[in-house]
Each structure stands twice: as C-alpha cells, then as structure tokens.
Design a binder for this molecule. Structure first.
Ligand code: 6PG
Length: 239
C-alpha cells in the first residue's frame, strides 16, 4: 500500500490529479488505452476540477475509457448521479470520445438489471482479456463503506463483477449499482481518496486492519497483484 498524506484537501486534489494523469500516460504508453472507473462523493470533486483545469489541453484524453465504480439508479443528468458529476466537472472539459464513456445503464427498470447489463458491458469491453481496470477510484464513508458496498450488506460477498445494493445508510433511499470486490481487487491500481476529520476513524481502520470487512467494507479493498494508493489529507490522517 502506498500511503500519501497531503497537508490540505487542495493539495490532495493536486497530488491525486497528477498521479491519475501519470497512470493514464503510462497505461496508454503500454496498451494504447486507459480504463478508469470514477467515484462519486464530495472528495473527488476537487480532483476532477484540477484535472480539467490543468491537463485538459493534453492529447491523451481520446484514449481514456471511462466507467464509474458505483452509481445510484438515476439518469446521468440527475444531481445524484456519480457519472453525471464526473461529466460536469471533468469529462465536459476534455476531448474524450462519446464511445469511450460507459455510464451505468440506469434507463433499465431496476438496479439489478442495470448491474447485470453493466457487467456485460465491462466484460465486452475487456474481452478476450480478464476485466482489469488500470485505475479504480474510490471514496470511503464514515461508516466504513466504499463504492456502494455497505457494512453487513450481501453485496460484500458477491462473486459477480457488478451487483446492486439497496441504499444503505446514506440518504437518499435510491438503489445503487456497484463494482464488487472481485472486480475492484483485480485492478492494476486502486486509489482511495479521503479528506476531512470525519474520515479519521475509517482511515485508521484501513491501516490497522483489525475490523472485519463486514464491519468496515473498505478493508476489503486489497488489489492483488495491483497497488492500493491511499491518498488522504492531514485531517483524515490524524488518527
Ligand atoms: C457515493 C460513493 C461513496 C463515496 C463515499 C465518500 O456515491 O457517494 O458511492 O462510496 O465515495 O461515501 O463520499 P465523500 O467523498 O462525499 O465523503
């Protein structure tokens, strides 16, 4: 695990954005494309803004293939859509091809159907190779959840690549679609972003590794043979 502590959340955004950009360049150099899954939540917003503000003019964006690690069962233009957030703050400002955008198919009637179809999309994208993302971005919740993998939820034990989950502890009560641990842990890099004092406990738990995954789902993020990159600000690291 690589553990980076930045003094402020602004610095965290700058450092994380630079790392994401470097990983993109390396993946494109090695394989011609960069398969990334974005995350929702407040913490990555600054990072997306930073990428758009500082790297938009670079010429690698057409090689990005962009998914989302979890989302609510809402259209992308809904204010609670994670993919929509990534679109507004980042994707609308860079020259990615429309065919390289892979939002969850939330037009399907249920979250379960959307999850199944999203899994098919991911398998088709990577075939004939295994589904290995170059980078999966994740946040963590104060209750230990990550993506839409909530404490005690059946989704924690799913052997699918993508599953659905009821809303968990977070408002509003909208069903969710989420990557599972098998897909997350197959990635080449997983970057967890956490900022603010409320994240102290979960960051401590991730480092101590004393709780169970059912208690603190973020402990289930163990990419192998990939790398876990934990990027936090000083307030979140203080524990
Ligand atoms: C979401 C994500 C969730 C998020 C964490 C952290 O849709 O919100 O699924 O896993 O990454 O709750 O969110 P913050 O960055 O807002 O604390």
């Amino acid at each position: 695990m690589q553990y980076h502590i930045c003094d402020t959340s602004e610095q965290l955004a700058a450092v994380a954005a630079a790392k994401i950009r470097d990983l993109a360049m390396a993946a494109i150099h090695a394989s011609g494309r960069f398969a990334i899954a974005l995350t929702g939540g407040k913490t990555p917003e600054e990072t997306y803004r930073y990428l758009a503000a500082h790297f938009a003019e670079e010429d690698h964006w057409a090689h990005w293939a962009i998914f989302v690690g979890d989302d609510r069962h809402v259209p992308t233009d809904h204010p609670m859509s994670n993919f929509g957030m990534g679109q507004r703050l980042l994707l609308d400002h860079v020259t990615v091809g429309q065919t390289n955008l892979f939002p969850v198919p939330t037009h399907l009637p249920t979250a379960a159907q959307a999850a199944e179809e999203y899994q098919n999309t991911i398998i088709r994208f990577f075939q004939p190779h295994p589904c290995i993302f170059d980078l999966i971005l994740l946040g963590v919740g104060d209750d230990g959840h990550t993506a839409s993998l909530f404490p005690g939820a059946p989704a924690l034990n799913s052997t699918s690549l993508v599953t659905w989950s009821p809303a968990g502890t977070l408002p509003p009560p909208i069903d969710r679609i989420t990557f599972t641990f098998p897909l997350i842990n197959a990635a080449r890099h997983v970057m967890i972003l956490a900022a603010g004092e409320r994240k102290k406990q979960v960051i401590e738990d991730i480092r101590d590794r004393k709780k169970t995954v059912a208690q603190c789902p973020s402990l289930g993020v163990n990419p192998y043979p990939g790398d876990l990159l934990l990027y936090v600000d000083r307030a979140a690291a203080a524990g």
